[in-house]
Design a protein around this ligand. Structure first.
Ligand code: NAD
Length: 444
């Protein structure tokens, strides 16, 4: 099939598939949703995926937008905007995190939901893709206000989600406590003898309330499992490996701590409060404690550096684990790393990706590298459903098996189709979904 290239998109390294015209997409090359769909369609083209599957996957099945009022501590009410996007459920219930952040908006949530569909398919967990969020800055609210926001958001979308239909989880700005409030609200509002089945409406819960051992560190652990599987391809050993990390929240700090315990040297870390450096290696555990107490890396006993100096730090591996679109062509030109492992979702823009390709920097894409979180979420859901609980060894072993198989699937696709790892990972995911649609057919 032929493709056209729009002038702006060429500047941003996006090839416009005819599907964009067919579905009437606005052509803003900086739009994250356009970028995400373009990446998916490029892989679909290489794979020769059927047109009907391409158009289904290019748009989410459902886009839910809600507004809800919440009482603040001082007695006044504030109106919040929330989203839940259900991208695809061909392989199982919709699954994906809830983000609480002041920049949350529809197109980003749509992109993240699409990435979830790809991720679940690539690691072969029987879930589809979804994502949600509330436009709120959690740092501006007390714990009591956050609890009311979470509960009221749950009640606003409750009729459109469910333990066998759509299962949220933590993401940026949410954690196990938010999931506990969410599940409690859902259970209390759905009175029946099977009410406790409602506990499966979210994953990433506290261990005391149906959570799985190993879920909190799962995404970071999966980043490390993937990296360890693929490092021999680039001739790097973990022991003594130099690492920099962008974002030291759940994903970044767990990846950092696990790699540190394996003998890697974490030489630079940056987040929204600043950037720090220590040539001899930062203590990853002490830094995680500092971030939890102080809200960021600023003030940790290390050299403060600028963001540009952070990107220029010579490392073997850079782990972006913050937000989307942080590595543009500007940052990609500065980065002095052999491998970039995407702990965050969509951290690299297409223009950044092009620079990495030109410079021979290997990128392990998000849909592979950060799929550990949803994989252990699936284990949590299975444990809740069967009322049996796994020990940490079983969780880690099963997680490693899923990550290693997904990494091998990706490498095989790269060899077979002679593409970069990102395209190969999408091919690994799309092949599975394409086969499901081929046997299911399209209703009616
Ligand atoms: P988090 O809220 O725990 O941490 C986010 C981190 O990003 C913090 O360190 C914050 O300081 C940093 N950050 C925010 N804005 C920044 C900026 N402008 N510059 C530099 N740093 C900034 O979130 P998380 O759960 O660790 O998620 C991080 C990424 O990983 C997101 O893309 C998320 O979608 C993805 N992800 C998370 C999970 C999970 O299980 N939590 C699973 C898969 C993917």
């Amino acid at each position: 099939m032929s493709t056209t290239v729009v002038p702006n998109a060429q500047k941003s390294s996006i090839t416009m598939d005819p599907v964009f015209d067919e579905l009437g997409f606005p052509k803003d090359p900086n739009n994250l949703y356009l970028q995400t769909v373009a990446t998916m369609l490029h892989a679909a083209e290489v794979l020769d995926l059927r047109h009907r599957v391409k158009i289904i996957l290019a748009q989410p099945k459902n886009e839910i937008m809600v507004h809800f009022p919440v009482r603040m501590d001082d007695g006044h009410h504030k109106l919040f905007k929330g989203y839940r996007v259900q991208h695809n459920n061909a392989l199982g219930p919709y699954k994906g995190g809830l983000r609480f952040h002041e920049t949350v908006h529809l197109d980003d949530v749509k992109s993240l939901a699409l990435l979830m569909t790809m991720k679940c398919s690539l690691v072969r967990v029987p879930f589809g893709g979804g994502k949600g969020g509330v436009k709120v800055n959690p740092r501006e609210h007390s714990a009591a206000e956050m609890e009311r926001i979470t509960r009221r958001f749950c009640s606003a979308i409750m009729n459109m989600i469910g333990p066998e239909h759509d299962i949220p989880a933590p993401d940026v700005g949410t954690n196990a406590q938010h999931m506990a409030w969410f599940a409690d609200t859902y259970i209390m509002s759905n009175e029946s003898k099977e009410a406790n089945a409602g506990i499966r409406v979210v994953t990433g819960k506290p261990v005391e309330f149906g959570g799985s051992l190993g879920r909190e560190k799962a995404t970071g652990q999966g980043v490390v499992d993937t990296l360890v599987e693929l490092l021999p391809e680039v001739g790097i050993k973990v022991n003594g490996m130099r690492v920099s990390i962008l974002g030291y929240g759940n994903v970044g700090s767990w990846a950092g701590r696990i790699l540190y315990d394996m003998g890697a040297k974490i030489v630079a870390v940056a987040d929204h409060t600043g950037a720090i450096h220590n040539e001899n290696g930062l203590d990853a555990h002490a830094l995680a404690e500092h971030c939890a107490a102080k809200g960021g890396v600023k003030g940790f006993a290390a050299d403060a550096i600028s963001n540009d100096e952070f990107y220029r730090t010579k490392v073997d591996v850079l782990i972006p684990a913050a937000l989307e679109q942080m590595i543009t062509d500007r940052e990609a030109k500065m980065i002095d790393a052999k491998v970039v492992v995407e702990g965050a979702n969509a951290p690299t823009t297409p223009a950044g990706d092009r620079i990495f390709n030109e410079r021979g920097i290997e990128v392990i894409p998000a849909i592979l590298a950060n799929a550990g979180g949803v994989t252990v979420s699936y284990f949590e859901w299975v444990q809740n459903k069967t009322s049996t609980y796994w020990d940490i060894e079983q969780v880690d072993r099963e997680l490693n098996r899923h990550m290693v198989m997904a990494a091998r699937r990706t490498v095989l696709a790269r060899q077979r189709y002679k593409v970069d790892l990102r395209t190969a990972a999408y091919i690994g995911a799309l092949d599975h979904i394409g086969k499901a649609y081929a046997v299911r057919g399209i209703f009616p």
